[in-house]
Design a protein around this ligand. Structure first.
Ligand code: AMP
Length: 187
């Protein structure tokens, strides 16, 4: 089973992805984590993206699409993908469609975690304390949110027409959201 967790920064995609990875024995595809890892390794990609990421800006579609292509081509991960934070632009969404077709895969569920901005701001303040992410201060978060609204919202419009698209009220507690997802996937 392949699925996409979609929603604004701080919607709880990562938390639900980690739960689903265990439950389904799948792989989490968190582009944010992959990119942070590149920065930590101080790799060539890491050096290129560090400023943009710290500034709450998107990393280029080209870099992210290249990283994703590797994952989709990995036979071990075939039909076992939980996308968390990808795709985030229409270019990425179209790239994913192309790669899925090429690797004979489909997306079984697209979950949109719809959360109010004020609820996310509270979550981000807590996450900053717990995870010490440099892009979680309020000013950077607000920038990331604006980028989401401008660039990622069109992806939502694109996916909302898909028969496997499900909107979930993500304002509630973590376990309530998990239950809602569980009810949909029903395994
Ligand atoms: P996340 O952990 O998903 O909140 O992502 C953290 C940061 O990583 C984002 O604010 C972007 O700078 C970068 N990033 C993650 N995923 C993508 C993506 N699909 N496209 C472009 N930039 C991304």
């Amino acid at each position: 089973m392949n699925l996409i967790l979609f929603g604004p920064p701080g919607a709880g995609k990562g938390t639900q992805a980690k739960y689903l990875v265990k439950k389904l024995d799948n792989f989490q595809v968190s582009t944010g984590e992959i990119l942070r890892n590149e920065i930590q390794k101080n790799s060539e990609i890491g050096k290129k993206i560090v400023d943009d990421m710290n500034d709450g800006k998107f990393v280029s579609d080209h870099i992210v699409n290249t990283l994703i292509e590797e994952i989709l081509n990995d036979p071990e991960k075939k039909n076992k993908l939980i996308f968390d934070g990808y795709p985030r632009s229409l270019t990425q969404a179209k790239n994913l469609e192309k790669l899925l077709e090429k690797t004979h895969q489909t997306i079984d569920f697209i979950f949109f975690l719809n959360v109010d901005k004020n609820v996310i701001v509270k979550r981000i303040e807590n996450r900053k304390i717990l995870e010490k992410r440099s892009d979680d201060d309020l000013k950077t978060f607000l920038k990331r949110y604006d980028t989401y609204m401008a660039t990622t919202k069109p992806v939502l419009d694109f996916y909302s027409k898909n028969p496997n698209f499900y909107e979930i009220d993500g304002n509630s507690e973590i376990n309530e959201i998990t239950t809602k997802i569980d009810n949909f996937i029903n395994v």
